[in-house]
Design a protein around this ligand. Structure first.
Ligand SMILES: *Cc1c(COP(=O)(O)O)cnc(C)c1O
Length: 506
C-alpha cells in the first residue's frame, strides 16, 4: 500500500467538484491578489477504492480501543457501543440545523435538555451548559464564570488559584489563561491533600481551588469537605475536575463535597471515540450563584400556557442568558452536538443502573491491581503501587499508579521501556509519567467495559514483561509499524502541510 500523497498524477479522482468559482472574472475581482494561489493545490487524486484502502490501511497502523485493551489512566478509554452511532446517524438528529425553528427540532432539544438535567443531578449542580468541547475548555469556561462572580461582588482582586501537585496540567493552564496566578500545594505521603498546607496558602487573594476527586492517583479524598470549607471560609470557590467522574457516579457527587463548579469529560465518562481525532465534549455544571454567567443558549423546558405563534404548547426551547451577565460564547450552540447525543445514548442504555458503571470500573481497577501487586508474584521488589508501597489490600478507585523506580534502579529499565514493550503484547501502553509526583509512573485504568479474561491476560503479560531480559525490553517495541520515535524532534518539526502543497499561499 502506498502513501496517498503519491497519487498525484492524471488518475481518476474519486470526487467531483463544481467548476472553480474563480472562472467567473467578476468573482475573481473581489478577492485580494495576495490571497490567490498561483497554481492549483496538488491534492491527491485517488479513486474511491484507493481512498477506502488508504484510510483502512492508515487505521490499522494505529492502536485503538477497537483493536485491543487500552488501559490509559486518566483518559478513560472505554468501549464505544455501536448503538450510539446508529442513534447519532438518525436523520432526525443528523440532519438538524440549529437555526431551524424550535418546534421543528424538539427531539434533539429534548436530548440536550435531558443531558443537562442528568448531569446536574449526578453532580449535585443547579445548571449545566453543553457548550464547551473539551474538559480543558470546560475548565476555562467555569473559571471565567468564577472570575465574573468575584468581580461583580467587588472582589476582582482575588488573583490566585490553588492546585494540588497531582493535578492534570490543564488545571493550571486554564486558570492562567484567565490571568490567575497558580499556587501549587504538595500532597501528603499518602497522596492525599495536606489540609495544613492548604490552610497556609488560602487568603483574601484566593479565587478558587481546582481539584479532582478521586485524585489522579486513583485515591478518594475523604477530607474533601474540609478542604471546601477552608477555601470557602477564605471567600474562594471550589472547582471540580470531573475527569474521574467514572469512579463515583451514583455513589456521591461534587455538590455534596462542597464544589461550586464542575466539568464533565463526556468523551471519557460516557464513551465517545476520542484522542487523536475524535471530538470531545466538556460540559460544565455550576451552582445557582454562578449560573447567570454561563454561555448560552441553554436547552430549557417550558410550558406555554397562552397560545403561542408556532402552535406548540409544552416543549423544549432555547433560553438565553442576559448579555450583561454571560461570559459570552466558547463555541457555537451546544458544542459538539454529535458527541452529546452519543453520550446521551450511552447513559440512557444504563438508565437508573448508571451507578453499576462506577461499581464495575472500581472493581476492575482493584482486581487488576491486586493481580499485579499480589506478593506471591514476587514483583514488589521491582515495582511499587503508589502512593502507598505495595500493600495489595489498599483500596483504589477506578485507576491506579505503579512506580517502576525499583526496576530502573536495579536493571535500568524505565517506565517508558515497560510501556513500549507492552505494545508487543497487543495492548496499549498505560499513561506514562503522570501524575508527576510518582517516579517512573505507569497509570492504569481498565474501565468497566473489559472482561475478567482481558484483565487476567493483561496481568499475566505485564508480569511476564517484568521477568524478561532488560536489554530486550529496552529495545521494544518490535511488532509495531513505527518503533521508538524522537518525540522532541517530532514536536519541534511538526509537518502539517500536504507535501505537494508548497504554493505561494501560506
Ligand atoms: C483528560 C483530563 C483533563 C482534560 O480534559 P480534555 O477533555 O482532555 O481537555 C483534565 N483533568 C484530568 C484529570 C484529565 O484526565
Amino acid at each position: 500500500m502506498s502513501d496517498i500523497f503519491s497519487f498525484n498524477g492524471a488518475r481518476n479522482a474519486g470526487w467531483s467538484q463544481p467548476e472553480p468559482i474563480l472562472s467567473d472574472p467578476e468573482v475573481l475581482g473581489t478577492i485580494p491578489s495576495s490571497m490567490l494561489r498561483a497554481s492549483p493545490p496538488a491534492w491527491p487524486r485517488a479513486s474511491e477504492p484507493e481512498l477506502v484502502r488508504h484510510y483502512t490501511w492508515l487505521s490499522r497502523r494505529n492502536f485503538g480501543i477497537d483493536t485491543g485493551f487500552y488501559p490509559l489512566g486518566s483518559c478513560t478509554m472505554k468501549h464505544n457501543p455501536r448503538v450510539n452511532e446508529r442513534i447519532v446517524n438518525l436523520p432526525g438528529i443528523d440532519r438538524m440545523h440549529p437555526l431551524q425553528p424550535e418546534h421543528q427540532i424538539q427531539g434533539i432539544l429534548s436530548i440536550f435538555y435531558e443531558m443537562q438535567e442528568m448531569l446536574a443531578i449526578c453532580s449535585g449542580m443547579d445548571q449545566v451548559t453543553l457548550q464547551p468541547v473539551a474538559g480543558a475548555q470546560g475548565e476555562f469556561t467555569a473559571m471565567r464564570c468564577i472570575q465574573e462572580f468575584h468581580r461583580e461582588r467587588g472582589e476582582g482582586h482575588r488573583n490566585k488559584v490553588i492546585v494540588p501537585d497531582s493535578a492534570h496540567g490543564t488545571n493550571p493552564a486554564s486558570a492562567s489563561m484567565c490571568g490567575y496566578e497558580i499556587i501549587e500545594i504538595p500532597s501528603g505521603e499518602d497522596g492525599r491533600i495536606d489540609l495544613d498546607a492548604l490552610q497556609s496558602v488560602v487568603g483574601d487573594d484566593t479565587a478558587a481551588m481546582m481539584i479532582t476527586n478521586p485524585s489522579t492517583l486513583g485515591v478518594f479524598e475523604p477530607d474533601i469537605a474540609s478542604a471546601s470549607e477552608i477555601v470557602h471560609s477564605a471567600g474562594g470557590q471550589m472547582y471540580y475536575d470531573g475527569a474521574n467522574f467514572n469512579a463515583i457516579i451514583g455513589k456521591t457527587d461534587p455538590g455534596l463535597m462542597g464544589f461550586d463548579a464542575v466539568h464533565y469529560n463526556l468523551h471519557k465518562t460516557f464513551s465517545q471515540p476520542h484522542g487523536g481525532g475524535g471530538p470531545g465534549s466538556g460540559p460544565i455544571g455550576v451552582k445557582k450563584h454562578l449560573s447567570k454567567y454561563l454561555p448560552s443558549p441553554l436547552a430549557s423546558r417550558r410550558k406555554i400556557i397562552e397560545s403561542d405563534p408556532e402552535g406548540v404548547g409544552d416543549g423544549y426551547w432555547y433560553s438565553w442568558i442576559s448579555p450583561e451577565n454571560t461570559i459570552g460564547k466558547v463555541q457555537q450552540w451546544h458544542g459538539n452536538a454529535g458527541a452529546v447525543v452519543r453520550c446521551w445514548a450511552f447513559y440512557r442504555r444504563y438508565g437508573r443502573e448508571l451507578e453499576r458503571m462506577s461499581e464495575h470500573a472500581v472493581l476492575n481497577a482493584n482486581y487488576l491491581r491486586f493481580k499485579i501487586m499480589n506478593p506471591e508474584k514476587d514483583v514488589l521488589s521491582k515495582i511499587h503501587a503508589m502512593p502507598t508501597d505495595g500493600a495489595p489490600t489498599d483500596f483504589v478507585m477506578h485507576e491506579f499508579t505503579l512506580s517502576m523506580i525499583g526496576m530502573k534502579d536495579k536493571v535500568g529499565v524505565t517506565g517508558k521501556d515497560i510501556a513500549k514493550r507492552l505494545l508487543d503484547y497487543g495492548v496499549m501502553a498505560p499513561t506514562l509519567y503522570f501524575p508527576m509526583i510518582v517516579p517512573e509512573c505507569l497509570m492504569i485504568e481498565p474501565t468497566e467495559t473489559e472482561s475478567k479474561e482481558v484483565l487476567d491476560k493483561f496481568a499475566a503479560d505485564f508480569l511476564n514483561v517484568l521477568s524478561e531480559d532488560p536489554e530486550l525490553i529496552k529495545g521494544a517495541p518490535y511488532t509495531t509499524d513505527v518503533s521508538r520515535v524522537d518525540e522532541v524532534w517530532a514536536a519541534r518539526n511538526l509537518i502539517l502541510r500536504h507535501p505537494g502543497n508548497n504554493s505561494d499561499v501560506n
